[in-house]
Design a protein around this ligand. Sequence first.
Ligand SMILES: CC(C)(COP(=O)(O)OP(=O)(O)OC[C@H]1O[C@@H](n2cnc3c(N)ncnc32)[C@H](O)[C@@H]1OP(=O)(O)O)[C@@H](O)C(=O)NCCC(=O)NCCSC(=O)C(=O)O
Ligand SMILES: Cc1ncc(Cc2csc(CCOP(=O)(O)OP(=O)(O)O)c2C)c(N)n1
Ligand SMILES: [Mg+2]
Length: 569
Amino acid sequence: MSNEDNVELTDGFHVLMDTLKMNDIDTMYGVVGIPITNLARLWEQDGQKFYSFRHEQHAGYAASIAGYIQGDKPGVCLTVSAPGFLNGLTALAHATTNCFPMILMSGSSEREIVDLMQGDYEEMDQMNIARPHCKASFRINSIKDIPIGIARAIRTAVSGRPGGVYVDLPARLFGQTLSVEEAKQLIFKPVDVTPAQIPAADAIARAAEVIKNAKRPVVMLGKGAAMAKADAEVKAFIEQTGIPFLPMGMAKGLMPDTHPQSAAATRAFALAQCDVCILVGARLNWLMQHGKGKTWGNELKKFVQIDIQANEIDSNQPIAAPVVGDVKSCLSLLTEALKGAPKAPAEWTGALKEKVDTNKGKLATKMAAPVAPTGMNYSNSLGVLKEFMLKNPSINLVNEGANALDNTRMIVDMLEPRRRLDSGTWGVMGIGMGYCVAAATVTGDPVIAVEGDSAFGFSGMELETICRYNLPVTVIIMNNGGIYKGNEEDPGNGLVSCTRLIRGRYDQMMEAFGGKGYLVNTPEELKAALEEAVASKKPCLINAMIDPDAGVESGRIKSLNIVSKVGKK
Ligand SMILES: CC(C)(COP(=O)(O)OP(=O)(O)OC[C@H]1O[C@@H](n2cnc3c(N)ncnc32)[C@H](O)[C@@H]1OP(=O)(O)O)[C@@H](O)C(=O)NCCC(=O)NCCSC(=O)C(=O)O
Ligand SMILES: Cc1ncc(Cc2csc(CCOP(=O)(O)OP(=O)(O)O)c2C)c(N)n1
Ligand SMILES: [Mg+2]
């Protein structure tokens, strides 16, 4: 298009697209509508990928985990204004809480109408509403600011402690025009958006001293270390020092769960008995009981903490040796500083190994137990998946639920990093199908999702999305007919228990969209279905019937529930 002076013009749609492409972003997840439908159309016509979801929350979860898997590039979610923005905001907050780099872009109303509250179509002050729930919230009002605005959003999302960034796009921005020549001058790719953050030499020396004097050290690996892709540095540090390690859920596979130094199978003993705990990209938050209490032997441990965020240090407990920097730089320097130092004491590693072997033996017995008349339980069903994943480690494992989550985390060993994608820091339900779409589209590898039947319900409609894009996703529903369990007594007066669900034919739901459904009642049937489903590289759903009595309310975190002391009024 040219203007009256025959100057070739571009517009907001195309400057935004060209800026995203300049930054190696070729994929967006979202739901179309006013005012962004034509952006999605033009994006697809330009040969880029737009995964069109059924609900913005799941598109947002897809973008959040895409950012985690990629690490140095944010996942991008595109939504309409107001309700679409709000649906995406949950995922943006989830990304920020989990430190996943993600950008939520939403169409919006013009400032002058919003500020006078004149009742625009889907009017909402989105930029300000987003601000408390993300690392930064920007609004781009002028076509000339699109390149710098997107550059700021990308750098903010991926640098330092990664997180979510909101970019507000008023409808009129897309229709603004600019000469192609000027646009070319303005569009740029920011330099070094994830710079190394080198720790101070004295911090390394202090940490090395604490570790050298430790009698019973452990390493706790967090998903921050997994996202940093510090795979080689973690391996070198662990194996040079001989220190036992434990992974948080999504850090499983950073070191293979089958590694001889893994103490995961005796977590309680390891944390209670250790004298020094080295936190690597892991926060001392609720998932680690804030570093205090029975879990930690009711005594203050000496903590070495490697974290990119300076004010994470001392967040919950005094940290004896803070090491602020990126995981790769910190571990490389710490490994160098510990060269020649004695390995972790054999008395300690031997004691852990003994308990690990005992606990693994106990679990093996549970996994081999015959199926009761009331159906499979979590152990003898997930034992099948354990064996399958050991033979097929390059598969993405999505996981949510309560018992479905905790038992899968405990039973299913991971051998590769960034493959286990679960409810994360918030323990949120609903990440399932969005994570499946992103894991399949970002990695190109098959996905298995182990879903509690309640958890699946949060995103189940996205089975249609998975079928529409014909993704290699196998969903396993752990169908115990309930939130936590399926056998709670009804409260009476014709009311149905708040934790009961219909033990539905989810396999038929998948078939409704053209996928393949399996209904299985035994580990043998589960094994056969799993092998066939994953080999097909097609959308499949295995409806695994689990004993309604299997499971515990809230799984491993039952103690967080407050129980009334005054009983029924
Ligand atoms: C908080 C936690 C980090 C605490 O970890 P733990 O559960 O104590 O440990 P793990 O899960 O690692 O292991 C559990 C136990 O199994 C043992 N274990 C682990 N692996 C093995 C193997 N391979 N063999 C044998 N035994 C094993 C381990 O030593 C622990 O036993 P011991 O050593 O004997 O202790 C974890 O529970 C967690 O990540 N929970 C997430 C909860 C969540 O988000 N739920 C969804 C929302 S629920 C909700 O919102 C709601 O209900 O409402
Ligand atoms: C957004 C949100 N809403 C509710 C909840 C609370 C919850 C935690 S776990 C769970 C489902 C547990 O049942 P499921 O069938 O999935 O698993 P299982 O134990 O194997 O039976 C709920 C509702 C959370 N965490 N997030
Ligand atoms: Mg259930």
